[in-house]
Design a protein around this ligand. Structure first.
Ligand SMILES: Nc1ncnc2c1ncn2[C@@H]1O[C@H](COP(=O)(O)OP(=O)(O)OP(=O)(O)O)[C@@H](O)[C@H]1O
Length: 234
């Protein structure tokens, strides 16, 4: 079942001055349970596309539907609420709150959704266990490695049981061992918990493990390749 439908999306920055055509008519369907990499040269529009799918940036033309809801037809406040409940975000810079512990960084998102305190704590612990950090629950980001911080960020992205997780270059700041660990963890969540991941990457090691690879060139979908079990590297 298709959970995301991107239709004829264009994005022009600086329309009034020197226009930059970041996306030029992108259409894409994402099905539930996908593990999809968006790749392409620098400036090809990967971040712009992820931001538009996540409702963080508005397209100049075209539509994005998530579970049959046209997200840019909503009011700004409805869209903020929609994002909070339906979409998990992971950024390359982790974006954790420095003064909060791992557990509190996750509980914070749940508190924003108005969940009871007990549930926030319980679910935070459950999520940290899922990403293999049950022994780091009370550590602040500065006490964790980059790979561990990114695991907390993935756990936080999953806090609201989102329909899918968008990750913009999640391994950009990680060494190869942490990259492999993070990917193992994301693939396990994808396979065992059916969590849909869509991520942009420059990293060939990440691309090799994706199940679908969408390549953007000059703001257009150049190729869209499904990977079979045979050519996925484990
Ligand atoms: N806020 C902005 N204002 C003006 N131009 C922008 C803005 N954001 C992105 N662009 C331009 O849009 C184009 C696509 O950028 P985008 O960041 O989506 O590419 P990318 O494929 O993610 O690049 P990279 O791999 O380097 O992160 C680029 O030419 C970029 O300079």
């Amino acid at each position: 079942m298709s959970i995301i439908q991107v239709r004829d999306v264009t994005k022009v920055y600086n329309k009034e001055q020197v226009p930059v055509h970041a996306l030029n008519g992108v259409s894409l369907d994402i099905e539930e349970g996908e593990f999809t990499a968006i790749v392409g040269p620098s400036g090809s529009g990967k971040t712009t596309l992820l931001n538009i799918i996540g409702g963080l940036d508005e397209p100049t033309e075209g539509t994005v539907e998530i579970h049959d809801t046209k997200i840019f037809s909503m009011s700004e406040s409805k869209l903020i609420d929609f994002r909070l409940h339906h979409i998990g975000f992971v950024f390359q810079a982790y974006n954790l709150i420095p003064v909060l512990t791992a557990k509190e960084n996750i509980a914070f998102i749940l508190q924003m959704q108005g969940r009871p305190q007990k549930e926030c704590t319980h679910r935070s612990m459950e999520l940290l266990k899922m990403v293999g950090l049950e022994d780091k629950v009370d550590k602040r980001p500065s006490e964790l490695s980059g790979g561990q911080q990114q695991r907390v960020a993935v756990a936080r992205a999953l806090a609201s049981k989102p329909d899918f997780v968008l990750a913009d270059e999640p391994t950009a700041n990680l060494d190869s061992a942490s990259t492999a660990n993070l990917l193992d963890m994301m693939l396990r969540l994808n396979e065992e918990e059916s969590i849909t991941f869509i991520f942009s990457t420059h990293d060939q090691r990440v691309v090799e493990r994706a199940r679908r690879v969408v390549t953007l060139v000059d703001g257009k979908v150049d190729t869209d390749e499904e990977r079979t079990e045979k050519n996925i590297e484990h």
